[in-house]
Design a protein around this ligand. Sequence first.
Ligand SMILES: N[C@H](CCC[C@H](N)C(=O)O)C(=O)O
Length: 291
Amino acid sequence: MKFTKMHGLGNNYIYINLWEEQIAEHDLSPLAIDVSNVNTGIGSDGMITMGHSSVADARMRIFNEDGSESQNCGNGLRCVGKYLYEKGIIKKKNLTIETKGGLMHLELHIDEHSDVVEEITVDMGEPRLQRQQLPVLGGPKEEQALLQPVEIDQQTFHFTGVSMGNPHAVIFVDDATQVEVEKIGPLIETHSLFPERVNVEFVTAKNDRELDFRVWERGSGITMACGTGACAAVVAGVLNNQLARGETVVVHLLGGDLHITWNQDGHVHMRGPATFICEGEWYGHKGTLTI
Ligand SMILES: N[C@H](CCC[C@H](N)C(=O)O)C(=O)O
């Protein structure tokens, strides 16, 4: 099976072109677990498929390292946009990608001399803020989870719940760069408050247009960056009067910076890079999948 490995600020996935590789839908989760394994597979935060859509230019599906499928992936969307353009599959500056979390609209920023996609802006749509839209328990389902307490290891954390198609619990801390993410993250990810688990972001507003950010991703653990998480963090920052609405916020992730704006029209825009790493042929595992 042919694959392409790409990353968005270090958040890396194995990309499969389903126009070329016919893989049964029921094989995708086991395949994601296999290819993501750094010892017996290729090694990545998960797997992303790109293929035909009847409602958009292409359809993207995103699978975490543990095989669980998510509704959306911000870093993945940027990489898909770059892949489709530079491979000549969809040679358009503006394109739409279908995800489980809705239709995402991309604008490619292309160097006119080299025809290389340097950055991508994604309209990630409107955040979903009701508890039932994450989902999260612990209060009225049609209300927001704003600074809702959760008890972890005799410590109380206060999270703000935001969905970008996928669920995020955003926690404001004194210094996001000093949080023991690997200790606290998984305990919140799997807490009973979150029936479908949750992505966990630890953030610190340095001022009203700058955010320090660390993440424990549902199904993948610590990653260098999380695009939907950065969007959710900016929305949570505005809701909690720590960030400016309608202004571009620089989010400092482990892997670099994303520029996020929660526009007055309600849509969240994310701008950042996408990078090819390598392409290859994966031979599968005897007895796991016949590739
Ligand atoms: N772990 C996430 C999916 C990947 C999102 C992230 N890598 C991004 O760039 O948005 C989830 O289970 O919802």
